[in-house]
Design a protein around this ligand. Structure first.
Ligand SMILES: [Mn+2]
Length: 433
């Protein structure tokens, strides 16, 4: 018997991947954990019979000879199948898009950093030339959209979009998908959102804002993760961490990020959790850390977070062209034309006196002014940066100051210059060789 299962607290990507697996591998049975997310439970309550899926307790584990695990690679995340661990002659397959390095040792692994696990299974379906009915296409699309934020999360890959196209071609129903993806907010969710907004503590660090919140709820709130996503947008934070006190024994942290530089998955992994750069969670036992300690820990992690992003030294141009303050304007213009640059620095590496950029030429109204020295037209108040400043921060600084050239100073010497072109190249991933 071949069973296909996924992680506990099953989300739509997990469910969709199991269902895709049962179609790809004829004769297999999907095993859905007892605990599933609230919106998945709602979906299953009306759709369960349409699929070849059962609960773990309905499986006779003695008959299992093949185990396929989707959307996780960790034993502790799957439900009640632990007795299979270490069984001789059990064939194990993994299909996953997480990069956690889990402890399930598999005979076959398809693990790639796409936006949703179901994308990897859809690739296989396309290869086999399978056609899907609208119901199957719709549930697979819900999984794909949930994990990629409707193809908008930074982890989304081109193949996710092509998988979505395949599902739409096969009749996926966007109206049905929307009902499950955007459940209506009810009074209970609004109350929680309001409570979170009132108690937010904001931490500013390295030009980004992080909201942190300890939440004690009297009863379980469905769709809390969706509320946290909305909460981040409403308080306009780059990332949020909501510490939900479950009971005396444990708390669960739900984190959301809207920027590349704060990878909440990486941050929460340091507390034993997991997830993606944009969405992650962890459950912490109170005997390890109480809610207040978790908060301190998160603030510490946020302050230590030095995202691996490029720094100014990685993208600056050098060597830098300097002209003397007495150089005539027509000579300066010629130098800029020859070198195809839009600005030059005035002075020397160790004595920066000013900058002149192509826009400053507009100050020259009369022909004879082209014979005057550059010092008469240059801008004297020049902002400089350091080589270890984050590229994204340099970009923000240049936008704020409305400047196109930012000289880079190291130990009293100008060693390079960052231009708008350098910044654009960086943000579009076109770093020079
Ligand atoms: Mn997933």
């Amino acid at each position: 018997m071949h069973i296909i299962t996924t992680h506990k607290n099953t989300d739509f990507d997990g469910l969709a991947s199991v269902i895709a697996g049962t179609l790809l591998f004829p004769g297999s049975v999907g095993v859905i954990p007892k605990s599933v997310n609230a919106n998945v439970a709602k979906f299953l309550s009306t759709h369960k019979t349409a699929f070849n899926i059962v609960l773990p307790k309905e499986v006779n584990l003695d008959e299992v000879d093949t185990l396929t695990v989707v959307d996780t690679d960790q034993w502790r995340r799957i439900d009640r199948l632990n007795s299979l661990q270490g069984r001789q002659e059990l064939k194990i397959n993994i299909w996953d898009h997480h990069q956690n390095g889990g402890d399930i040792k598999a005979d076959f692994i398809c693990q790639e950093p796409v936006g949703a696990t179901v994308t990897l299974l859809i690739r296989e379906m396309k290869k086999k030339g399978m056609e899907l009915n609208p119901l199957i296409s719709t549930i697979l699309l819900i999984g794909l959209y949930e994990d990629t934020g409707h193809l908008s999360f930074p982890a989304t890959r081109p193949e996710d979009a092509m998988a979505a196209a395949f599902l739409l071609e096969n009749g996926a129903d966007l109206n049905v998908a929307a009902t499950f993806l955007n459940p209506p907010y009810e009074e209970i969710q609004k109350d929680v959102l309001f409570t979170m907004m009132q108690d937010t503590e904001k931490v500013n660090h390295n030009n980004y804002t992080v909201g942190i919140n300890i939440l004690r709820l009297e009863k379980k709130v469905p769709m809390l993760a969706a509320v946290v996503t909305m909460y981040r947008k409403i308080i306009n934070a780059d990332a949020v961490f909501v510490i939900l006190v479950n009971d005396e024994a444990s708390s669960t942290v739900i984190a959301r990020s809207g920027v590349d530089r704060i990878d909440v998955g990486a941050l929460l992994r340091q507390l034993g959790g997991g997830g993606h750069p944009a969405a992650a969670s962890v459950t912490v036992k109170t005997k390890d850390y109480g809610p207040e300690e978790i908060k301190e820990k998160i603030i510490e992690l946020v302050r230590k977070n030095r995202q691996s992003g490029a720094v100014v030294a990685d993208l600056m141009s050098f060597p830098v062209t300097f002209v003397s303050p007495d150089q005539k304007m027509n000579e300066v213009r010629e130098i800029m034309q020859q070198e195809s640059i839009r600005g030059v620095l005035v002075g020397t590496e160790t004595d920066l006196q000013g900058i002149i950029v192509i826009w400053d030429f507009k100050k020259l109204k009369l022909d004879k002014q082209w014979n005057q020295p550059v010092k008469a037209f240059m801008v004297r108040d020049v902002s400089v940066t350091k080589p270890d400043m984050l590229a994204s921060e340099a970009a923000q600084f240049m936008v704020k100051k409305n400047i196109g050239h930012l000289p880079v100073s190291h130990e009293g010497k100008i060693i390079g210059i960052v231009t708008r072109t350098d910044i654009l190249n960086y943000f579009y991933g076109m770093l020079p060789e």
